[in-house]
Design a protein around this ligand. Structure first.
Ligand SMILES: N[C@@H](CCC(=O)N[C@@H](CS)C(=O)NCC(=O)O)C(=O)O
Length: 212
């Protein structure tokens, strides 16, 4: 398997976590987003959406982090990243999508670049945009967790798809100085995950293309 990704990409980070949790070996192919490598050959001809991550597996090119993680979970069921029951799966997917579908698209590189380059939004206003949508999404995440039974991770006693999404989002929140005050369940799950070797190995600073 070949994972085309970028160390700081949170969508890539989600997939790296899933691969590490499942103990799956992969070739790391760096795509430098800051150098627009995702928009140029050879990556642009490989990736239909010109986004990372992209997983090459047995001649197939899989895109979209959530689809990739669910594929890995189906092909390599242990340890499971989704609960065995339908209701549990719906809860975990709702948590994961709160991050992947509500927060991330508003704060993605091309959106921030459009704000800055086309709309001429100042740096401070761009940061304010980032912090606003990130914090609003994390508040929604915390309210969802508050409605669930107490657990070590986001849902239950083992990491799930929700944790694969949460950890990269908190990593970005810390990087962009988003307040993480008043998010007790969210931060407890984050710290529980970060104590695990799989999350440590997947984090940006452990990546071959990591820039200090
Ligand atoms: N929904 C996609 C999002 C993929 C995505 O937006 N990746 C970002 C990096 S985290 C990217 O490639 N951005 C390039 C850009 O915005 O130009 C997924 O979950 O894989």
């Amino acid at each position: 398997m070949k994972l085309h990704n970028y160390f700081r990409s949170s969508a890539s980070f989600r997939v790296r976590i899933a691969l590490e949790l499942k103990g799956l070996a992969y070739d790391y192919v760096a795509v430098q987003l800051t150098k627009d490598e995702h928009l140029k050959a050879p990556y642009a001809s490989l990736s239909a959406d010109r986004l990372v991550p992209l997983l090459e597996v047995e001649g197939e090119k899989l895109s979209q982090s959530m689809a990739i993680i669910e594929y890995l979970d189906e092909m390599h069921p242990k340890p499971a990243l989704l609960p065995a029951d339908a209701r549990g799966r719906a809860r975990v997917r709702a948590l994961a999508q709160t991050i992947a579908c509500e927060i991330h698209p508003l704060n993605n590189l091309r959106v921030l670049r459009y704000l800055a380059r086309e709309l001429r939004v100042k740096d401070e206003e761009k940061s304010q945009w980032y912090r606003h949508w990130c914090r609003e999404g994390l508040d929604a995440f915390e309210r969802q967790l508050a409605g669930l039974p107490a657990s070590v991770y986001c849902h239950g006693e083992t990491p799930t798809l929700a944790d694969c999404c949460l950890v990269p989002q908190i990593y970005n929140a810390l990087r962009f100085e988003v307040s993480i005050e008043g998010l007790p369940r969210t931060m407890a799950a984050y710290h529980a995950c970060m104590a695990l070797p799989a999350f440590q190995k997947a984090q940006p600073s452990s990546c071959p293309d990591s820039q200090a």
